[in-house]
Design a protein around this ligand. Structure first.
Ligand code: PRP
Ligand code: 7HP
Length: 179
């Protein structure tokens, strides 16, 4: 285990199994339709890359980058678009792919923003859900794992841009972000 981690919360194998299940479920739900998968940079990139390889309906990819955390473990609450989509989503079946829903502020903002662009449908898929931290309600359509209120890293998730490359999802030792 990484020396900055207190425990492994979800192993690489558990992630792989659950991502495959989510892909199968999404494929069934979208049978006969094309999905525009919107990945939210940067945390969702690893999850998205694995997920789309388990989806067997046609898929297009686009990405957005938003900012709310900076180099802290607390959301600022102010969401800013850093990079917008490259294509119109009007009339498309849009699936937002996120790594984690925490306060819900990021996804609520994205959902409201994308809904104004007149997609045919708009759903949310997140790998992790931390309901204990929610400030605004968000309707998540596909969720990998419900997790406790601990700061986690790995499989795309960072603390101050580090640890994204770790293969498991780990609980960070509090002294790492409290110093
Ligand atoms: C993280 C994560 C979500 C958001 C969730 O992004 O990827 O987008 O925070 O938090 P919320 O539910 O409290 O809004 P971050 O701003 O850390 O960017 P990153 O994906 O580049 O790490
Ligand atoms: C954002 C975020 N990024 C990494 N780990 C967590 O536990 C997080 N919650 N919200």
């Amino acid at each position: 285990m990484h020396p900055d981690a207190r425990e492994v919360l979800i192993t690489e194998q558990q992630i792989a199994n659950r991502v495959a299940e989510l892909g199968r479920q999404i494929s069934r739900d979208y049978a006969g339709r094309e999905i525009l998968v919107v990945g939210i940079l940067k945390g969702a990139v690893l999850f998205l890359a694995d997920l789309v390889r388990h989806i067997d309906v046609p898929v297009r990819l686009d990405f957005m980058a938003v900012s709310s955390y900076g180099a802290t473990t607390d959301s600022s609450g102010v969401v800013q678009i850093i990079k917008d989509l490259e294509q119109s989503i009007e009339g498309r079946h849009v699936l937002i792919v996120e790594d984690i829903v925490d306060t819900g502020l990021t996804l609520k903002y994205l959902q409201d923003n994308l809904a104004t662009r007149r997609p045919a449908s708009l759903r949310i898929c997140t790998l992790l859900d931390k309901p204990g931290r929610r400030k605004v309600p968000v309707q998540v359509d596909y969720n990998g794992f419900v997790i406790p209120d601990e700061f986690v890293v790995g499989y795309g998730l960072d603390y101050a841009e580090r640890y994204r490359n770790l293969r498991d999802i780990l609980v960070l030792k509090p002294e790492v972000y409290q110093k």
